[in-house]
Design a protein around this ligand. Structure first.
Ligand code: NAP
Length: 272
């Protein structure tokens, strides 16, 4: 009997991570699924739900120890846990900015450092990092969120070069607006990060309205399928997009930042 392939998925209690856990399990992988809310991780014989807070080194180390107590192979790590600490650049507290980087960037960094020696010894492994179209675009109130995703992206590309000699690939998924808990959590943060009598109230209200008007073009199941494709493609790509619109948006913002800026300002001007 063939040994099962092993995947670690962070942020497995909701949204894309939840759906990816179910999908990899249905494809007969052994899934080590981490989140703070363990009770919400899907259940199946080949899913091992584990408590994980990616902002906490002790939790990260305990999580990997628990994985290695049950298997000596790790084929894929999916760094998916993340959230949007939205709000104006001037007013978000340093504590919340650090929490944003701890969750979306340093958590992935620390998990990856612990997993790399196992992948290197096996001369095989794939690290899949869930960034965002926001890694290349810019919008008001999303400054720190997109900074974490841009950091994740350039870090992943560097790791991909460093890991090549050891059979390790590091890839980026760039989701666009996707149905999950993400939007409501980031909208709530944008409100709670605003000072009372803030000069950014109007910008916050307009941005919130503009973003909320934006159609969500993907489901978390769509993104789970993209994670699976990135994990199993014979010739993996550096970037994975769910649809052409997401890819085009990134192309425009990266290639013509001044045009992107005027598009955003135009949308905000038209939002009453
Ligand atoms: N939805 C979108 O429109 C969108 C667009 C672009 C990129 N993304 C990115 O896609 C990824 C998945 O987001 P989603 O849309 O599926 O959002 P979601 O439904 O809010 O799920 C986020 C997951 O991350 C986990 N998480 C949050 N903080 C954590 C922590 N400190 N330690 C461990 N787990 C933590 C949550 O679990 P617990 O709270 O139980 O820990 C949850 O399982 C994120 O990296 C997000 O930034 C989302």
């Amino acid at each position: 009997m063939l040994e099962k392939q092993v995947v670690i998925i962070t942020g497995a209690s909701a949204g894309m991570g939840y759906e990816a856990t179910k999908l990899f399990s249905s494809k007969d992988w052994l899934v080590f699924a981490g989140a703070r809310t363990v009770a919400k991780i899907p259940a199946a014989d080949n899913i091992v739900p584990l408590e994980l807070d990616v902002t906490d080194s002790v939790s990260i180390q305990g999580f990997i120890q628990a994985v290695l107590a049950q298997t000596d192979r790790i084929d894929v790590l999916i760094n998916n846990a993340g959230y949007g600490e939205n709000g104006p650049i001037e007013e978000i507290s340093m504590g919340n900015i650090r929490k944003q980087f701890e969750t979306n960037f340093f958590g992935a960094v620390e998990l990856t450092q612990l997993v790399l020696p196992i992948m290197r010894a096996a001369k095989n492994g794939r690290i899949i990092n869930v960034a965002s179209v926001g890694s290349n675009t810019f919008l008001p109130l999303a400054g720190y969120y997109t900074a974490t995703k841009a950091a994740l992206q350039i870090w992943s590309d560097t790791l991909d070069l460093e890991g090549a000699a050891f059979g390790i690939r590091s890839l980026i998924i760039q989701p666009g607006s996707t149905v999950s808990n993400w939007r409501e959590i980031s909208r709530g943060n944008a409100r709670s990060n605003l000072n009372s009598n803030s000069v950014y109230q109007e910008l916050t209200a307009k941005t919130d309205k503009a973003l909320n008007n934006r159609p969500q073009t993907a489901t978390s199941q769509d993104l789970a399928r993209l994670f699976y494709k990135a994990a199993t493609d014979a010739k993996p790509k550096l970037r994975y997009f769910n649809n052409f619109a997401d890819h085009s948006m990134v192309f425009v913002a990266r290639t013509f930042p001044t045009l992107w800026r005027s598009i955003v300002q135009r949308i905000l001007r038209k939002t009453l």
